[in-house]
Design a protein around this ligand. Sequence first.
Ligand SMILES: [Fe+2]
Ligand SMILES: [Fe+2]
Length: 259
Amino acid sequence: MAATHLPRPLVRATGFDRMLAPVHRWIWRDAERRVQKLLRFGETETDGGRDILRAAEVTPDPLLRRLYLVHAIDELRHGVMFRRRASALQPASSPSSSSKPRFQADWLAPGGHGLDDLKVDEESDYAMLAFLHLSEKAAASRFTVYRDVLQDDPPTRAVFEEILRDEVFHMNYTYTQLARVSPQRHRRYLWRARFSRLWKGYLRVATSLAGVIGGVLLTIQYFVLLPPFAWLAKRAERHDPHGWTPIPPARPDSLNRQY
Ligand SMILES: [Fe+2]
Ligand SMILES: [Fe+2]
């Protein structure tokens, strides 16, 4: 919901996100990386908006349908805002290197709503609301840090500031609605969603770590195992005759057979 005249949203970033603020500051400092991050955020916000639109289609609850629609429109608008900001920054960064992916530490703080992990058509409203609440809470926490580290870029900071207001609204309405549709068991749904996110987070970190370890092992193999083979090949090459080798007269039929 566009609300440009509201007071600064009261969101406190989690301890983990605040601890990572220096890393985020370093990541956002690079102009090229800033553009790439904004473009990726634009994509994930738009994807999230589409999923929430689907949730609005399948929910049997009329109030949730209306709220999901407002939510989806917000997310689609966030996507446009991020993309517009990225294009405004694009000329400042080198166009030749814009397609080069750079380290963005996504496994530390993934962008978007994580709705890829959810099959919207098959989930109940309880699971959807619990998942959305936690995702919006995480997004609000991260966007608070991003807004704070982007002091040198007021327009990008203003984009985060505006989006943050919506994320706070999303975070609050999903919790209120979860408590409405499941007054007795809403905490259980939240815990279940928390464990699911934790597990997905573990898999994300483990996959990244496996990639790094694999790269290190292959590099070690390249420098430790390959040199002896290269040395043996060179040694064998010295014993091989150079140039054309005449066919012995006993093999005149060499062109009539395969061997
Ligand atoms: Fe958003
Ligand atoms: Fe949101």
